[in-house]
Design a protein around this ligand. Structure first.
Ligand SMILES: Cc1ncc(COP(=O)(O)O)c(C=O)c1O
Length: 357
């Protein structure tokens, strides 16, 4: 029987999880700091991990909040900052689950189109002339779902516009460290620490199961978000944060990042090569890292129709529409390549090309 290929979810590869090292870290932290990780504690997160993150990021510990994954931290931000009707800007396309949370809080979500080098600045200026958002949610590095990375020039423009119009930049950067080639741009946090709430997660670096995401921002906002967190869950998952801490303390993050790059870079290359081979004329992003390539399907097709056809050929694809807060995306297709082997990627793209035809 034909094996089904799932070009659907942006998940890490199972074989990337550092299981033995995590098991050892778990034993050590439970034995050395058992009561601290098993008891309730401050909603800001397990202090040794907050201190480790503060040192790593070069910020004061009062600027660090750790929660049960970064998605829930976005929920806390919405609970703290938004009332129905408030305006929030996102990129278009953007991470669909963030759109879902913004809608749950009845925000008016304005999508700023993105180009291969980040948000379209003219469109952003037009949108700002009409109204100023509470915040602009951006994914500057290897964006989910498009794969695009914001250029330095555009990062500078974003920071200038945020200062001029006085809105917060929410920088979601879970893919940033997974750069397979090329040079890194500064974070928005580095460019505008007073205007940026930076967030990231160990989901893509260790595993989603550790549910450990973090935010770095102004101490007053971090304290407000910690209060929302406390009212929600008293304290976050300290056992997982303790394991993550012990694993980081042992210096295991840098070699893990190198392992991830060695695993994923050939998958990105396989995806680009397969597009070249099977769909030479398709419009595609060419990222230097992360989890995603996106393509615009040829005129006259829709992702909905291609998806239905592909399903009959053993290929599962994701609908594009959900990534666009204000419509559009009829021909948008996200291709997450990290959890597939190079040969599955090639066969998947071959089936995709067939389905498009
Ligand atoms: C841009 C972005 N933000 C947040 C998340 C959620 O991550 P976490 O597992 O830390 O909640 C994801 C997961 O795919 C993501 O792509």
């Amino acid at each position: 029987m034909m094996q089904t290929i799932n070009f659907t979810r942006g998940v890490p590869a199972n074989e990337s999880f550092p299981i033995d090292d995590l098991a050892e870290a778990a034993g050590t932290i439970l034995k050395s700091k058992g009561p601290a990780v098993l008891q309730y504690g401050p909603a800001l997160g397990f202090l040794p991990l907050r201190e480790w993150l503060a040192g790593w990021q070069g910020v004061g510990v009062d600027r660090v909040l750790i929660g049960n994954g970064s998605l829930q931290l976005i929920e806390f931000l919405c609970l703290q900052m938004l009332k129905p009707g408030d305006v929030v800007f996102t990129e278009a396309p953007t991470y669909d689950r963030t759109i879902g949370l913004l809608r749950r809080h009845q925000a008016t979500v304005v999508g700023i189109p993105i180009d291969a080098d980040g948000p379209n600045i003219e469109a952003l200026e037009r949108a700002l002339a009409a109204r100023v958002p509470k915040f602009f949610y951006v994914i500057p590095d290897f964006q989910n779902p498009s794969g695009s990375t914001c250029s330095l020039a555009k990062r500078r423009r974003l920071v200038e516009l945020a200062a001029r119009h006085e809105f917060l930049l929410v920088e979601d950067a879970p893919y940033r460290l997974l750069r397979y080639r090329g040079k890194e741009e500064p974070t928005l946090l580095e460019l505008a620490p007073e205007r940026t709430l930076h967030m990231s997660s160990f989901t893509k670096l260790i595993a989603p199961g550790v549910r450990t995401g973090f935010m770095i921002g102004q101490p007053a906002l971090i304290a407000q978000l910690a209060k929302v967190a406390e009212d929600t869950y008293i304290s976050p998952g300290y056992v997982a944060q303790g394991i993550t801490y012990e694993w980081c303390r042992r210096g295991l993050l840098p070699p893990q990042i190198e392992r991830l790059k060695a695993l994923y870079a050939p998958r990105l290359d396989a995806c680009l090569a397969a597009l070249e081979r099977h769909m030479p004329n398709v419009q595609a992003t060419r990222p230097d890292g992360g989890f995603f390539i996106s393509i615009t399907l040829p005129e006259g097709t829709t992702t909905t129709a291609v998806r239905a056809k592909a399903a009959t050929q053993g290929l599962n694809l994701t609908e594009g529409l959900a990534f666009f807060p204000e419509g559009g995306g009829e021909r948008f297709l996200r291709l997450p390549f990290c959890a597939l082997s190079p040969s599955e990627i090639d066969e998947g793209i071959r089936r995709l090309a067939d389905s498009v035809r």
